[in-house]
Write a protein that binds this ligand. Structure first.
Ligand code: ATP
Length: 256
């Protein structure tokens, strides 16, 4: 395995890639999950690879909403488990009313067990979703299968790295939905009641920190505010003209 130097400018992201590649080899993550990570990385690059003030504010609202919910559930897929099991364990210590349910797009019983085992090793107990007997309406795939004791009864669902169809189905089932998604243009982020537009581990750490500190008055916020702010943050980082390289500053001579 290639050793990544801590001095490499992309050290953090390369470490995450290596972790996900390992998780893919062990079957925890599917190849499609690696592509989803690539889409997330692209947006993280554009957002500056840090939590924006807007994402931090969204994380504070997420913490307050989870705390106030009666039966909140965090939905976990293979990527989420591989990327952030320890962060989820810390979040659960800060918000003990939150429960965890495995939900996989590419579902096999072996993968569900592998994800649950990975979460248990990080100290997460119980893990719901191993024997789902209920179904989400308006969702044809295996993703509709939910735990009768978990998402089926939840009033609030936290859905990191989710796809738009399931976000829509949860919304139609009357659940409040908090998305964690780096893409402010995704259907999931647009469908959610609250979108934390941030990298998963950073978002979970911010929510955990907010849950552990004294709540501040936040006031009502329209969900679209966080999407607008994330898009504005991306726009600010994009240069307005053509790229200025040494070569582009030189006059281009027409060929003779
Ligand atoms: P939608 O159906 O909502 O438009 P999509 O088709 O892009 O979404 P997926 O391909 O399932 O959905 O991708 C999951 C989402 O997770 C993507 O929007 C991607 O930007 C985001 N994502 C991937 N990795 C991370 C990460 N580490 N942290 C936060 N978000 C991530």
């Amino acid at each position: 395995m290639t050793r990544i130097s801590p001095r490499h400018p992309r050290y953090a992201s390369l470490k995450v890639r290596a972790r996900l590649a390992r998780a893919a080899r062990s079957g925890l993550v599917v190849p499609e999950g690696l592509i989803a990570q690539g889409r997330g990385e692209a947006f993280d690059y554009l957002l500056g690879e840090r939590s924006t003030p807007s994402a931090r504010r969204a994380a504070r609202i997420a913490a307050a909403s989870i705390r106030a919910a009666e039966r909140p559930v965090l939905s976990v897929n293979g990527n989420v488990a591989a990327l952030a099991a320890p962060e989820i364990a810390r979040l659960l210590r800060a918000l003990p009313n939150l429960r965890v349910e495995v939900n996989l797009f590419h579902r096999t019983e072996a993968r569900v067990r592998a994800v649950a085992r990975h979460l248990s090793r990080a100290g997460i107990d119980p893990v719901l979703g191993l024997h789902p007997t209920a179904r989400l309406a308006h969702l044809p795939s295996d993703r509709a299968r939910i735990d009768a004791d978990g998402i089926a009864r939840a009033d609030l669902c936290v859905i990191p790295l989710e796809d738009g169809d399931r976000a829509e189905a949860l919304h139609r089932a009357g659940k409040r939905v908090i998305a964690i998604d780096l893409n402010p243009f995704s259907r999931t982020a647009q469908r959610a009641d609250l979108a934390v537009v941030d990298e998963l581990s950073r978002a979970l750490r911010n929510i955990t920190r907010a849950a552990g500190s004294r709540p501040t008055a936040l006031g009502p916020v329209r969900p679209s505010v966080f999407l607008h702010e994330a898009r504005a943050a991306i726009r600010r980082r994009l240069p307005s003209g053509p790229p200025r390289t040494r070569r582009s500053r030189r006059a281009v001579r027409p060929p003779r």
